[in-house]
Design a protein around this ligand. Structure first.
Ligand code: ATP
Length: 289
């Protein structure tokens, strides 16, 4: 559905944010994972036609989006990482204004705004100024404007940032329910959200694509090779890699990749997308012992 060919972007100060990215993204919910500064927002801004690139080609359902950005904008919904300053307008009035800017038919718009206000739990705040909204309400407003007009390509940069757990769950459910026949590209640092909602993931680091594919296939590659340890032995087997070190109920938990049981106390664990993500990041740093 969305094809990227050899995308590279260098900012005027010389920072290369995207380095020869080629990938084909299918329809449905697709996750974008990468550490801070990996180039996720740069990629999303590029796909939203908000910045130019140095080289490459992008096609969405056969449309060359770099040559014809106006045609893409008609089928695009975009939630940036930061919205900036909101005008002193009420929530509904601002959505109506954005609908006009998007060139949407006014007959259909009113019903759609009502539906989005309901879905995003904003109906009771419809007349309140968005500039007076709390952080979570602003985020929900940002999602409402991105979904306005039933776009075929929806790009969401950290959509659940600042949402409480109940709002996060309800947004996640809404996105999955909307994902048929369109592409929703979701960037978040909450790997669990991508694992739960998306069927396909792209991982980038240092502006380069390091892994992509169907999530179940990628995660399955670690089957029988992820172990949980309470303490780390002084030496691990040669092929072992410490994927993560965290705490549960205040007690340390180490997740270790190893083809065989790495130490007597190690318990085999169910592999996860986070394990695969850390595996890709760390094995590429040469941490595989
Ligand atoms: N306008 C800009 N001018 C110069 N450098 C930029 C600009 N925007 C981003 N960068 C740089 O490009 C690189 C990629 O940044 P980007 O914001 O795309 O990463 P990210 O993966 O979205 O990071 P994060 O998860 O922290 O939001 C970083 O080194 C960043 O400093």
């Amino acid at each position: 559905m969305l094809t990227l060919e050899h995308i590279s972007k260098t900012y005027p100060d010389g920072t290369q944010a995207l380095n020869d990215i080629s990938i084909e993204l299918p329809s449905g919910m697709v996750g974008l994972l990468g550490p801070n500064g990996a180039g996720k927002s740069s990629l999303m801004r590029t796909l939203a036609c908000l910045q130019t690139i140095n080289s490459g080609r992008i096609q969405f359902s056969g449309l060359d989006i770099l040559k014809d950005p106006d045609k893409l904008r008609k089928q695009l919904g975009y939630l940036p990482q930061q919205f900036g300053v909101y005008p002193h307008m009420g929530c509904r009035a601002l959505l109506e204004h954005i609908a006009i800017l998007k060139g949407l038919e006014s007959k259909k718009t009113k019903q759609q705004i009502d539906d989005l206000l309901t879905a995003l739990n904003l109906t009771q705040h419809a007349n309140k100024r968005v500039s007076h909204f709390s952080g979570g309400m602003k985020q929900r407003f940002g999602i409402a404007q991105a979904l306005l007009g039933d776009p075929k390509l929806i790009i969401l940069d950290e959509p659940t940032a600042g949402l409480d757990p109940a709002e996060r769950e309800s947004l996640n459910n809404l996105l999955v329910s909307m994902s048929k026949n369109r592409l929703i590209l979701l960037s978040t640092h909450i790997v669990e959200d991508i694992e739960n909602q998306c069927h396909f993931v792209a991982m980038i680091k240092g502006g380069q694509l390091i892994q992509s594919g169907h999530i179940d296939t990628l995660v399955n590659q670690l089957k029988g090779k992820v172990w949980v340890l309470k303490t780390l032995p002084r030496a691990l087997p040669k092929d072992a890699l410490v994927l993560s070190q965290s705490y549960r109920y205040g007690e340390p938990v180490f997740r270790v990749y190893a083809a065989e049981r790495p130490t007597t106390g190690a318990v085999l664990a169910a592999e996860s997308l986070q394990d695969k993500y850390f595996f890709e990041l760390k094995s590429r740093r040469g941490e595989l012992c």
